[in-house]
Write a protein that binds this ligand. Sequence first.
Ligand SMILES: [Mn+2]
Length: 313
Amino acid sequence: MNPNKVPIVMSSDNKVFFTIATVIVSMLENANKDTFYDIYVLCTDTVTDESKNKLSELKTQYNNFSLSFIDMKDTFKNIPKTHKYVTYVSAFKFLIPSLFPQFDKILYLDTDVIVRADLIDLYNTDIGDNYVAGCLCLVNHITCRDGILRETGLESMDYYINAGVILMNLNLIRQDKIDKKCIDMIGSFKGSVDQHIMNKVCYGKIFFLPPKYNISTSSLKIFESDAIKIFYSMQEVEQAYKNPVIFHWTGGNKPWQYYNLFLAHEWFRYFIKTPFKDMKLDRKYLKRTGVFSMFKNFLSRTLKKMWYGLIYK
Ligand SMILES: [Mn+2]
């Protein structure tokens, strides 16, 4: 295999299909000259030929990538609904080990991200004999800890990672039938489609990636607080917070819906370079009102000021 080739898998239905284009454009715009992205999109049966053709128009703009679509038909369509907005599409990642026998390792990306630097170093990270590698899901470590432990029966939260950006050790997963174990557990946990399951089944065999590879909307507040010191060194924090390689809009509010989210302007700058640029987004201003929210904003502004004072001394 070309040593500079990075296999990437994403999954989508038709509704958010256009967001894949933004991920790809961001990835290609920031790629090293010799990196080649081998991109696979796992498509639900709702994805139209029109959408696929539109996405394929990227081929006329860039040449350092390949693009293939895999028709997932109605796979997992009828699994129990266990999350407010995360859909069955997220569970497609459990099928990657069997769908891609040709790869030892792949990088899985959610479509609500942008990639701001080359990914070859991330792909080449030696994750040893771990099944997956990812970044700590900070919000779950801090605010939902007890609930998750209760729901999943996990021994501890020590290995708990976000499932939106993961490096999968396909060889080892296939060998130990981890994919089958995950699939058998689909629907087991309220509040999560795939993430609790992945963390439960892979417990103890999870490698931590530096936080710069998955900074998320839900982790920003923690990055701005003192609590971050529990998880990362100041060097890692600085590197990640100032210049994240991958930014991830976790939570229900996405940059294609609201223009006043963190880095949403950057998302839009990539979006307008995609073949979907003429699509009407109808973005709104996300209003946070009420006394509680005013207090929260004040607190967050003060913390931010203190934080910047700390970093940029
Ligand atoms: Mn996501």
